[in-house]
Design a protein. Structure first.
Length: 362
């Protein structure tokens, strides 16, 4: 299996397109998943990625990650799990913990996303559990169209639901504070979960991922706080979307709507009013405020949908220290996507300088 970097260099142009949006494959019932025996080994390294952990803030040290397994729909699925280390502060509050499920990009794996984002250390400082699931065939079923490679387009949705239920039961993940995030194809997978399972989540974030459209379309179905982070100069899947993608040598690349239309679809599903856009250092932020009278909106009365368009950034994770594959464009310097996303999860309302139209329900 070629590594993420090798794939991108082998396929000409930025086709790469290596990364965005496949669909899932094979299935039965995932209502009562069984934990498979954990495999040996640490999640600390992965071939083809830069070394280990880092980043984040605070004084907590990152607990060693473990590679875990979960049997769902007849398949044994794998994921890396990071538990926050004990600190004097956390020892006195040993209750349920927030959980972030983080999806890697197409052609990559969990360890690559871990190295790119340094998410587990930043989350540890906030007392959060982090699960990095592995996609089948190094990809995710981010769209609703069945393909030869992924004949069951709903398999990964069920896997994610099963993983969350399992971690609520076994790791005391807080069912009221479940979040999803991802990069590229993984970002689109996070958006699909937010669109189709809004009641399951307290928030979602996507970096370089958009909602599929056309015959693979995913439509938001209810209010949920969502942040979309996108490079203004993305050469792989442009900011304006990819309505007619080129053929892919391994599996079909899905068409997508633009980053702004993606965010606006979630805003509309949440009954939001008109957005407010302003320039910040290194990026533009557009904010829609969700309406409290939208069905389910009373659960998140201060929630927002936000679009951050990062200047001078490509198909990359802003703030990462891991060099991107050739042809993916530059890494944005600001904001730091990891900290920005986790701050949004903790407080998905508008910041003090933003005053979006509250919409009819506010």
């Amino acid at each position: 299996m070629l590594s993420f970097g090798e794939r991108s260099r082998r396929w000409p142009g930025v086709l790469a397109l290596a990364l965005v949006l496949p669909l899932a494959g094979c299935a039965t019932d995932a209502d009562r998943p069984d934990a498979a025996p954990p495999s040996s080994g640490s999640s600390g390294t992965s071939s083809g990625t830069g070394g280990g952990t880092g980043g984040g803030t605070g004084t907590a040290t990152t607990a060693p990650g473990t590679r875990e397994q979960l049997r769902v729909d007849g398949d044994v699925r794998q994921y890396l799990l990071h538990r926050p280390a004990s600190t004097p502060a956390s020892a006195t509050a040993d209750g349920p913990r927030p959980l972030v499920v983080a999806f890697h990009g197409r052609g990559a794996d969990a360890a690559e996303l871990r190295a790119k984002t340094r998410l587990e250390k930043a989350a540890t400082a906030r007392g959060m559990l982090v699960a990095f699931p592995e996609g089948l065939g190094h990809g995710w079923g981010a769209g609703t169209r069945a393909t030869k490679q992924r004949p069951d387009p709903d398999l990964d949705v069920r896997f994610t639901e099963a993983l969350i239920k399992h971690l609520v039961r076994t790791e005391r993940a807080d069912p009221e504070r479940i979040y999803v995030a991802g990069f590229s194809n993984g970002g689109s997978m996070a958006l699909r979960m937010a669109a189709e399972r809004p009641a399951l989540l307290a928030g979602a974030a996507s970096v370089s991922g958009q909602l599929p459209t056309g015959d693979a379309a995913v439509e938001p179905t209810g209010p949920v706080p969502v942040m979309v982070v996108y490079g203004a100069d993305d050469p792989v899947r442009p900011l304006a979307g990819l309505p007619t993608p080129p053929p892919d040598p391994e599996e079909p690349i899905l068409p997508t709507r633009s980053a702004r239309d993606t965010a606006a679809a979630f805003a509309q599903a949440g009954g939001a009013g008109e957005p407010v856009t302003r320039q910040e250092k290194g990026y533009d932020r557009t904010v829609w405020r969700l309406a409290a009278d939208a069905p389910g909106g009373d659960r998140r009365p201060d929630g927002t949908v936000q679009l951050l368009v990062v200047h001078d950034a490509g198909h990359t994770w802003p703030g990462s220290t891991v060099p991107p594959p050739e042809g993916f464009g530059p890494v944005g310097k600001a904001p730091n996507a990891t900290d920005t996303i986790l701050d949004f999860f903790a407080d998905p309302g508008p910041d003090s300088d933003a005053d979006p139209d509250p919409g009819p329900g506010r």
